[in-house]
Design a protein around this ligand. Structure first.
Ligand code: BV8
Ligand code: ZN
Length: 244
């Protein structure tokens, strides 16, 4: 690739970086066959994520919300990390100061081998008790229609951050530290509509970082970032760390 091209500039920035933060959204998993939220495949039985991923929806009809999560768990269980997930693992292992922030709950970054990450919206393979609060891994496919806690018998919920719920403090703390001291932020496959993640690009920019985004389309952050690379994550991300 031509060194002066946008791709060449981002690649060189990553090679020279002292501290890298990566922010991913559903677009990075689209290349593994996981439906995105706001794309054409983003609906389930004509419900939008915003209709079901809320404490109110769960309070009103836990069976329906669990049916939706069970459908996603069954689907995600058949998917594997793609070249973009794997490249991020290589980048983590090559960098002395690296942090990954993902909005995705599909667990594919962990499965690819990412260790330095915050799953800021939770993880679809974890459940939390609505009674005693215990959080456990649960890989049952299918999961019971209304799963109950082994400790106290109360109803379990997905250990996921729903709309209107605050992110976990330790994640927010880690994100603000990573975003305010990194010199390079790479944003991959997010529509940049959901807060607080949608505000992360400006935090890094204000702290002086070089910010690049990879997306099929422009996003609300496109005017803010230094470079936008348009295309599929699985095609572009691996090109960014070819042996420099
Ligand atoms: C909070 C778990 C406060 C669910 C999710 C009005 C203004 C501003 C904010 C708000 C507002 N009204 C309400 C809010 C707050 C709300 C919010 O931001 N709403 C939005 C809709 C306006 N936010 C919240 O409620 C958050 N909490 O603010 O708390 C608070 C404080 C104290 C006390 C109480 C409360 C919590 C938000 C978390 C919600 N949970 N997920 C689940 O997954 O089951 S969000 C959900 O959307 C997913 O996590 C998903 O990751 C996330 C973001 O979506 P994207 O990842 O960007 O996916 P999307 O489909 O949108 O886009 C895909 C992109 O990829 C596209 O750009 C596409 O072009 C691109 N793409 C596709 N294919 C590819 C690709 N790119 C590259 N390659 C490809 N192959
Ligand atoms: Zn319990």
């Amino acid at each position: 690739m031509a060194p002066g091209s946008d791709l060449g500039i981002v690649k060189q920035r990553l090679a020279d970086a002292q501290s890298i933060t990566v922010l991913t959204g559903a677009g990075i998993s689209a290349d593994s066959g996981v439906p995105t939220f706001r794309g054409t495949d983003g609906l389930w039985k004509n419900f939008r994520a915003e209709d079901l991923a809320t404490p109110e929806a769960f309070g009103r009809d836990p069976r329906l919300v669990w049916e939706w999560y069970n459908w996603r768990r069954e689907l995600i269980a058949t998917k594997q990390p793609n070249e973009a997930h794997k490249t991020i693992v290589a980048l983590e292992r090559r960098s002395q100061d690296f942090w990954l922030i993902t909005q995705n709950v599909d667990g594919l970054h962990r499965e690819a081998g990412s260790a330095k990450l915050s799953e800021i919206h939770g993880n679809i393979w974890k459940v939390r008790c609505t009674g005693c609060g215990v959080v456990e891994d649960n890989r049952d496919v299918p999961i019971a229609a209304l799963p109950s806690c082994r400790q106290c018998g109360s109803l379990l919920r997905p250990h996921i951050v729903w709309f209107g719920e605050s992110l976990f403090f330790e994640d927010l703390d880690h994100c603000s530290r990573a975003l305010s001291h990194c010199d390079t932020l790479l944003i991959i496959g997010t529509s940049g509509l959901v807060y607080p993640a949608a505000g992360f690009a400006s935090i890094a920019k204000e702290a002086g970082a070089f910010v690049a985004e990879i997306n099929l389309d422009p996003t609300p952050q496109s005017l803010l970032v230094d470079i936008s690379l348009h295309g599929r994550a699985k095609d572009i991300v691996p090109l960014l760390i070819e042996a420099v």
